[in-house]
Write a protein that binds this ligand. Structure first.
Ligand code: H2U
Ligand code: ZN
Length: 354
């Protein structure tokens, strides 16, 4: 799709919705700010951080002097293990059943100053191992239907603390997006007799234009239907329903691809790139889910520089999401940056220009 082409609607088969792609809009003059690389240096240990080893959290509980990954129950959980008493429905338009669940916090590293892309490959593999263990143990509980593993990275994404960490919310009912994707996967399987994401991974692997990076087990690509400028989808090449089904060697491959994608993100604008990250995998309420295919979404808001973000507002919030930069151009730009983190580059790189 060239910059002079007209608009196009692209279909997202996972969510059964459309995105409007208007590459001509990218030509509009930009006189806004282009920011210099942000100085995000932090100490390796911050005595005021609630998540650092040995710290006393807001609840008064003290963290152990952990050396690797540390997982604990969220002190301010959105979901509690014991559901409130169900009440008779008042009216079909006023539905409010109780909801139960468990919220956990996962510190990726004892180092306050690092982030996923700056951890060693084996440290990221330990994070994947901890996610797998949490998915297994929380998913095995009889009242848990879905285990959502996610990270709000960066203040711009509402992250409350710079210490590298993510969250896990395990809920009784299946959350909206997970349910819609599951429906999209199941419908595709019914209609085509094969898995949507197996077919999509093969298609993109052959076409190349939206691939960002890859290894033997996983592909990272800007999906055809991406909404956020530099959105990526990380998908396993083999049909794996969840982290718990990964074959030997695949957790390390997943860690490798996550590291490489996030290094590329940081290098794009030479900043700690903000994003929402989440893993989508099989629901856990007991039934078999042959349609489920493990994948991760990175939804980053940045568009032009370390501080110029895309907003989903107006038409996008009330009608259809729209993007200017095509998925192919975004993939090309992510392919063009190094897989060596800018903070390790000597001498320092010149600020990225759009
Ligand atoms: P976010 O940065 O994505 O908000 O995640 C941090 C979570 O850590 C947040 O949900 C929890 C908050 O409730 N937290 C604790 O459980 N204990 C603390 O002492 C600080 C933060
Ligand atoms: Zn810390």
């Amino acid at each position: 799709m060239s910059h002079t082409s007209g608009a196009q609607r692209r279909y997202n088969p996972l969510l059964d919705e459309w995105v409007l792609v208007s590459p001509a809009r990218e030509q509009r003059p930009w006189q806004g700010q282009v920011s210099p690389p942000a100085d995000t240096r932090r100490p390796a240990h911050d005595p005021d951080c609630y998540l650092c080893p040995g710290a006393t959290r807001a609840s008064g509980e003290r963290n152990p002097n952990y050396a690797g990954v540390f997982v604990f129950d969220n002190d301010f959980p959105a979901l509690m293990p014991e559901a409130r008493e169900p009440q008779a429905p008042i009216h079909p338009l006023l539905q409010g059943p109780p909801e139960a669940g468990v919220c956990r916090v996962i510190c990726f590293s004892p180092r306050h100053d690092l982030s996923l892309p700056r951890l060693s490959p084996s440290a990221v593999e330990a994070v994947v191992g901890a996610w797998t263990e949490e998915y297994r143990s929380l998913g095995a509980r009889s009242n848990i239907g879905a285990v959502m593993i996610f990270e709000n990275c960066g203040a711009m994404m509402g992250c409350s603390n710079p210490h590298p960490h993510g969250q896990i919310w395990a809920s009784q009912s299946v959350p909206n997006v997970v349910a819609r994707e599951q429906q999209g996967l199941a419908e595709y399987r019914r209609a085509h007799g094969e898995c949507l994401l197996c077919a999509y991974a093969q298609l993109e692997s052959a076409r190349r234009e939206r691939i960002v990076c890859e290894n033997d087990g996983f592909l990272a690509l800007v999906p055809y239907w991406a909404v956020w400028p530099f959105e990526t989808l990380v998908v396993s090449r083999a049909h794996r329903a969840s982290l718990a089904e990964l074959a030997p060697g695949e957790p390390a491959q997943l860690a490798d691809i996550l590291r490489r994608v996030t290094i590329r993100y940081d290098n794009l604008f030479q900043t700690s790139f903000p994003y929402s990250f989440g893993l989508h995998q099989a629901m856990t309420h007991g039934a078999a889910h042959p349609e489920a295919h493990l994948h991760a979404h990175f939804l980053p808001p940045l568009l032009r520089s370390a501080s110029i973000r895309k907003f989903l507002v107006g038409y996008e919030l009330l009608a259809t999401p729209q993007r200017d930069l095509t998925a192919e151009t975004a993939a090309e730009r992510l392919r063009a940056v190094s897989e060596r983190h800018y903070s390790e580059a000597e001498p320092p790189l010149a600020p990225a220009r759009h």
